[in-house]
Design a protein. Structure first.
Length: 182
């Protein structure tokens, strides 16, 4: 069965974006961090995202830079939205059904893992419903003090087990966590 993997950058204080958007400007990425992220993209069979992230990615990746663009464009995508009427980015379909039901169907399909991207509300909904099997976080060396949190309004504490930690030259740290299931 496929797993749902969240891959996302987050500030030291747990925000995925400042109140103005982004993580406080352009953050450098070294070769090792790029390779770490590319390895994981190659393990991906489908991208899932909310409407806002879909619209941002659909505007950027079709003409985006290598080495990410070929993978981002060729891997099938599912945009979750109740308002999006069509998907113009190649290999994309719009999902309008129940989030948990749609994810359960995707997990039952054959293929590589499902990679979740933001935005914050979409990721919070996935986490709140216990739908994420692995959190791959690029923790950036910046504190924002306010913004859009990675976790919000959780129904209960989410206990995680650290399965990988890697420091990059930029000061960012890649952490991989798996939820502890009771």
């Amino acid at each position: 069965m496929r797993e749902v993997v969240l891959q996302m950058s987050v500030s030291l204080d747990g925000f995925v974006a400042s109140p103005q958007g982004g993580l406080g400007g352009s953050l450098p990425e070294d070769r090792e961090q790029t390779n770490w992220k590319l390895e994981r993209l190659r393990e991906t069979g489908v991208h899932i995202m909310g409407r806002v992230t879909y619209e941002e990615m659909a505007a950027y990746w079709p003409t985006g830079p290598a080495p990410y663009a070929p993978l981002m464009n060729s891997i099938p995508k599912v945009a979750f939205s109740s308002t999006l009427t069509e998907a113009s980015w190649s290999e994309t379909r719009v999902a309008r059904g129940d989030l948990a039901g749609e994810i359960a169907e995707l997990k039952q399909q054959p293929g590589k893992d499902i990679m979740a991207h933001g935005g914050a509300a979409f990721v919070q909904a996935l986490s709140g419903h216990g739908l994420i099997d692995e959190y791959r976080l690029a923790i950036q060396p910046v504190a924002l003090g306010a913004g859009l949190p990675l976790f919000k309004d959780m129904p209960a504490a989410l206990r995680l087990s650290l399965v990988e930690a890697r420091r990059f030259e930029t000061g960012a740290v890649g952490h991989v966590y798996r939820p502890l299931r009771s």
